[in-house]
Design a protein around this ligand. Structure first.
Ligand code: PEP
Ligand code: MG
Length: 324
């Protein structure tokens, strides 16, 4: 099987009936580029920049960050690179940035909430990204967006830094896409409003499932509630995809679910545009897509949405896609 998959390395990701998808990679550091380039990936759908902050003894400077972003953008040539701004907090702490002690850190001061409060840190990151933007195709997304005001505030800071750099005579791309992670149910429910303001969505199912099920993703006592195929989760995802497409916007997924071989047929049926995952799953997913028909998968997704449980959906996909 692996040998069969390897043959797809330089091919596009296309369904049996000819619809194109993008299968991309998730990375944590520029070192992961080697794996991305070997994987046949069509882009980077998630660059988790918090590792830059976590692997450092102090706040990374604008120059440190610029070098890292430039390396990734150049390494990918003209393929899209989606960089997520710092997602610190939750279970990710920085020794040099003391965060308040909280009872519920996953529902607390984290990600964009920190960035919009510590705008000094946020502006440094955005400036580094803006300066790197001329070295490739840069998309930027904000993590843990709950409200439209948060997105607007982040966008305004981005636009202001961009204008300042231009005034300073620094070259920046005029084609940077700005998007949000959909990982809080409030944002998913308002996706039709967000879709009118953002360039793209990226569904972060790791957190979206946790917050929808109210089950901490790291807590073993409730790990049975991590149910990516539960029709509740499928419905919320479908809503987000439809809302984006209604306004001609692009929808990616960068949570674990995007590379899940039971979920992929359903997501293909729902018309998800990009699937971003660990580089090691890229070719297997491309091979799976190649044998799926989008019309049949849309019908399969429709049936899945009307089942009752995670297990029923899994059994349905196994019977329809994987039997014989
Ligand atoms: C997610 O929540 O699905 C996601 C991709 O972000 P992270 O796993 O880094 O929280
Ligand atoms: Mg997340």
């Amino acid at each position: 099987q692996k040998a069969e998959w390897a043959k797809l390395k330089n091919e596009r990701s296309v369904s049996a009936d000819g619809k194109q998808f993008i299968v991309g990679s998730n990375i944590g550091t520029p070192k992961d580029l080697t794996g991305v380039l070997e994987s046949g990936s069509e882009g980077i759908g998630l660059y988790r920049t918090e590792f830059l902050y976590m692997d450092s003894a102090e706040l990374p400077t604008e120059e440190d960050q610029f070098q890292a972003y430039k390396a990734v953008l150049e390494g990918m040539s003209d393929k899209p690179v989606t960089v997520r701004t710092m997602d610190i907090g939750g279970d990710k702490n920085l020794p040099y940035l003391p965060l308040p002690k909280e009872d519920n850190p996953f529902m607390g001061y984290r990600a964009i909430r920190i960035s919009l409060d510590r705008t000094d840190i946020f502006k440094t990151q955005l400036r580094a990204l803006l300066r790197a933007s001329v070295y490739g195709e840069l998309w930027i997304m904000f993590p843990m967006i709950a409200t439209i005001q948060e997105f607007r505030a982040a966008r305004d800071i981005f636009e202001a830094e961009k204008a300042k750099l231009i005034a300073e005579g620094v070259a920046v791309s005029d084609d940077i896409k700005l998007g949000i992670m959909i990982e809080i149910p409030a944002a998913a429910l308002l996706a039709d409003r967000f879709a009118q303001e953002v360039d793209f969505f990226s569904i972060g199912t790791n957190d979206l499932i946790a917050y929808t099920m109210a089950a901490d993703r790291g807590n073993e006592n409730v790990s049975y509630l991590y149910q990516p195929y539960n029709p509740s989760i499928l419905r919320i995802i479908k809503m987000v995809i439809d809302a984006a497409h209604k306004y001609g916007k692009f929808v990616a997924m960068c949570g674990e679910m995007a590379g899940d071989q039971i979920a992929v047929p359903i997501l293909v049926g729902m018309g998800l545009d990009e699937f971003s995952m660990s580089s090691t799953s890229v070719l297997q997913t491309r091979a799976l897509m190649k044998r799926l028909n989008t019309v049949q998968m849309a019908e399969l997704a429709g049936r899945a949405l009307n089942l009752d449980t995670n297990d029923e959906v899994k059994a349905l996909v196994e019977a329809e896609v994987y039997a014989n």
